[in-house]
Design a protein around this ligand. Structure first.
Ligand code: CA
Length: 463
């Protein structure tokens, strides 16, 4: 009896897979809900499926276990705004004026470039953003101006996790940190990570029974500094002696629970098979530079703010019950821009030719057996840069916490994931070829459509 039930279930699961292969563009009824979940500054090693032993992450592990875990999942940005910009546009952030994180009051991402929310709204989706935006505080950059029907969260790059003290009457609003619902300031009484879980889950529940598919962009500021965890979460980790790591553990566990709450809402609404769920950290764990939080990127070298693997290779999972294989790993390199390309392809939405995207639709690679979504991947952050081609990576990155000048090195990632054995002097021809490929790419992304309202200049440094 049991085996019959299992066989029946297997049959049901295979049916949508076959349907997906049969048609390039799905009929409108098949448009899946799309849920993007983003962690902030979470280390590559800080989840159970990547070997973390001191901080349980059951919900993230279940997400990875129910779908595909990318061992070589990358982000284009080594810090917050650039990575989130490219996630939202499917384009490298240098094209749209986001070479670095956006400080308070500074211009945001080019307001002309279409976002995934713009496209999905056009395709008939209900769109919501919950959490940290960090793509500009100005009205033209606000999520509600960028394709989202609903917004709950804050516009800047970071804020306290605990409720703000009451404001004096007439006090000026800090648009970088103020919690808002749509465009109105709100007084939030919960720890922000709990609040984002609550709002994300509420949004999903509100969509139950609606004909319209939904897009939810759930972007945490956890586990970015300031290091603040609720007492009951700290109590779970008394075995961790290092106080900072202990607080990090509490913050990470709170985020894992918030994610669990949203995933439960998806399950309870009966839309698991209709919902593509994607998870990334926006950049690697900050180990030495850029607000270190006691995260770990083992066995990768470096961290946030660097073009070593530790800054740009992140926890990266996708799950779509019945449509993507469960409990598998995918070892070819992918990058966060691919998620937008994948979503648009699933929805059958064409890319505006004025704003070409850099991501690749992953579906033929994940379900159709096509190989190698990217021949080459490229990075730049300040004076640092990197290129990966197959297993080879040429990196121009700071060698230490104190270093002011980057060093150039060639690494074979399949043999040396920790980028410790520089093969540049042994393979000068390969170095030359990769250097030229990077320079040519840099020229290409520097020549995108004009961004008249963005005054920031791209940082173009010759190698
Ligand atoms: Ca970040």
């Amino acid at each position: 009896m049991k085996s019959t039930t299992l066989l029946t279930l297997a049959g049901l699961w295979l049916a949508p897979l076959a349907a997906l292969h049969a048609a390039d563009t799905p009929p409108p009824a098949a448009k899946p809900n799309i849920l993007f979940i983003v962690a902030d500054d979470m280390g590559y090693a800080d989840c159970g499926v990547h070997g973390c032993r001191d901080i349980p992450t059951p919900h993230l592990d279940a997400l990875a276990g129910g779908g595909i875990r990318f061992t070589d999942g990358y982000v284009t940005g080594a810090v917050c705004s650039p990575s989130r910009a490219a996630l939202m546009t499917g384009r490298h952030q240098l094209r749209d004026g986001v070479p670095d994180w956006i400080p308070p009051g500074k211009p945001g991402m080019n307001p002309g470039v279409p976002t995934l929310a713009d496209y999905l709204k056009k395709a008939g989706y209900r769109t919501a953003m919950v959490g940290k935006w960090h793509l500009g505080e100005q009205d033209q950059c606000h999520p509600l101006s960028r394709g989202f029907d609903e917004f709950f969260g804050f516009l800047g790059g970071g804020r306290n996790y605990f409720p703000d003290p009451p404001k004096a009457a007439g006090a000026k609003v800090n648009h970088y940190t103020q919690m808002v619902r749509d465009r109105e300031p709100v007084v939030e009484t919960e720890y922000t990570t709990h609040a984002f879980g609550r709002e994300g889950a509420n949004f999903v529940r509100r969509q139950q029974g609606q004909a319209q598919p939904f897009f939810l962009y759930l972007a945490f500021n956890a586990v970015h500094t300031p290091m603040q965890a609720p007492d009951d979460y700290l109590q779970r980790f008394t075995a961790i002696e290092d106080q900072k790591r202990r607080t990090y553990a509490g913050m990470l566990a709170a985020m894992d629970d918030a994610i669990g709450r949203v995933l439960k809402a998806v399950r309870d609404s009966g839309v698991e098979e209709k919902t593509l769920i994607c998870f990334i950290s926006d950049n690697g764990g900050p180990i030495t530079r850029n607000a270190p939080n006691s995260s770990r990127n083992t066995p990768l070298r470096g961290g946030k703010g660097e073009t070593w693997e530790g800054g740009i290779r992140v926890p990266f999972f996708v799950k779509w019950t019945g449509h993507l294989p469960a409990g598998t790993t995918f070892t070819q390199p992918v990058i966060q821009m691919d998620l937008m390309a994948t979503a648009l392809a699933l929805v059958g939405q064409k890319v505006d030719p004025q704003w070409p995207i850099d991501g690749v639709n992953l579906m033929p690679f994940l379900t159709g057996g096509q190989q190698n979504p990217h021949e080459t991947l490229y990075w730049e952050y300040g004076p640092q840069w990197a290129i990966r081609q197959g297993s080879w990576k040429l990196t121009f990155a700071w060698p230490s916490k104190e270093a002011k000048t980057p060093i150039l090195g060639l690494y074979d990632l399949t043999q040396d994931i920790g980028e410790s054995r520089d093969l540049a002097s042994a393979q000068p021809e390969r170095v030359k070829q990769l250097e030229a490929a990077w320079a040519s790419w840099r020229k290409r992304v520097g020549g995108g459509p004009p961004a008249p309202q963005v005054k920031r200049k791209n940082v173009a440094k010759a190698p």
